[in-house]
Design a protein around this ligand. Structure first.
Ligand SMILES: Nc1ncnc2c1ncn2[C@@H]1O[C@H](COP(=O)(O)OP(=O)(O)O)[C@@H](O)[C@H]1O
Ligand SMILES: [Mg+2]
Length: 320
């Protein structure tokens, strides 16, 4: 029997005023050293499940333990430092160099200069970036390179557990495949336990030693990817993993989860869509505008423009 790294015991989360739980009565054991992918449609509770592990979100009921210890029994800062966290959007501190970004945690931990220096060198090597990147700023790197720095930063304090929330969602297919291979290599090499959220079926199948399929806050199946493909537990899983339907895949993804930054003020006539709408709706808007607009403007709940969806994002998710 392998040792367990993360244990969920009857964990639920119902947000204030919500009519039903976002994560419902979930019990789950994540083995030490395993790479577990979490697959499910937008809004099914993947991010909520992940954020409860580092207590960005507190469960309504149930218990989560890491290496046998209830996460509420340890100081929050200590807990967060022991867990690497990588997400798609926020990424790096823009005003800090790559070196400063990677060294953020060691710095807080008060490591000596020489030790930090050696660690940064080691981590840059690990994620296959040249040492000359130390003094650059995030904006001087490509999206894929920035995500490599994000991974290096999350690993800086040598956490045993990494939480990754759609980390490669906004990256082109070729770069993404390379990042996936490298991440898998790093995980095997260092024996990290990884919980990795994705809405990309191929990514979930490729990376996971084990894979969780979620729907409406409930785990539908938790098994080896091949078992899930060969033996889907129910109709939902079967439709999800066997889907070759472009529209269905676009329906799975929220615009806010896959948009790129707006680099200009969007012209008046361009279509607008809220960040919680699906890419399917974004595609429909683009088609309706029939080439008069190169992108759909994504707005938040207050109508503020927060990003854009171009054919690029649509083909990333839709094509395979
Ligand atoms: N802070 C919050 N307040 C209220 N509802 C939330 C909050 N965060 C998430 N939700 C709701 O919980 C559900 C699951 O969201 P989330 O975990 O983000 O899904 P996923 O990551 O699978 O797209 C959604 O219905 C979402 O609207
Ligand atoms: Mg999410």
């Amino acid at each position: 029997m392998s040792k367990s790294a993360i244990v969920f015991d009857g964990v639920s989360k119902t947000f204030p005023k919500a009519s039903k739980p976002s994560v419902n009565e979930t019990s789950l054991v994540i083995d030490q050293g395993s790479f577990v992918t979490i697959l499910g449609a937008s809004g099914c509770g993947k991010t909520t499940l992940l954020k409860m592990v580092n207590r960005i979100i507190e469960p309504t009921s149930g218990t989560i333990s890491i290496f046998g210890k209830d996460i509420r029994q340890q100081p929050l800062t200590e807990l967060r430092r022991s867990i690497g966290y990588v997400i798609q959007q926020i990424g790096l501190f823009p005003h800090m160099t790559i070196e400063q970004n990677i060294a953020a945690v060691p710095h807080i931990l008060g490591w000596e200069r020489s030790r930090v220096d050696a660690r940064v060198k080691e981590l840059l090597e690990l994620v296959h970036l040249p040492e000359s990147f130390r003094d650059r700023y995030p904006r001087q790197l490509s999206g894929g390179q920035q995500q490599r720095v994000g991974i290096a930063r999350a690993m800086a304090g040598d956490p045993a557990v990494l939480l990754m929330d759609e980390p490669f969602g906004a990256i082109d297919a070729i770069t993404r495949a390379k990042l996936q291979d490298d991440l898998k290599g790093i995980q095997k090499q260092l024996g990290k336990t990884i919980l990795f959220v994705t809405h990309d079926i191929d990514e979930a199948l490729k990376l996971g030693d084990r894979m969780i399929v979620m729907n409406e806050g409930t785990i539908q199946q938790y098994d080896k990817p091949l078992v899930i493909l060969d033996n889907p537990a129910n109709e939902f899983v079967s439709r999800l993993v066997q889907s070759d339907d472009l529209f269905q895949r676009l329906q799975l993804v929220r615009t806010g989860d896959s948009m790129e930054p707006l680099t200009e003020d969007a012209p008046e006539g361009y279509p607008r869509i809220t960040f919680d709408s699906s890419l399917k709706e974004a595609l429909q808007l683009l088609l309706k505008h029939n080439g008069r607009s190169p992108y759909v403007v994504v707005v938040d709940g207050d109508g503020q423009e927060v990003g854009k969806i171009t054919m690029n994002e649509l083909s990333l998710v839709g094509g395979r």
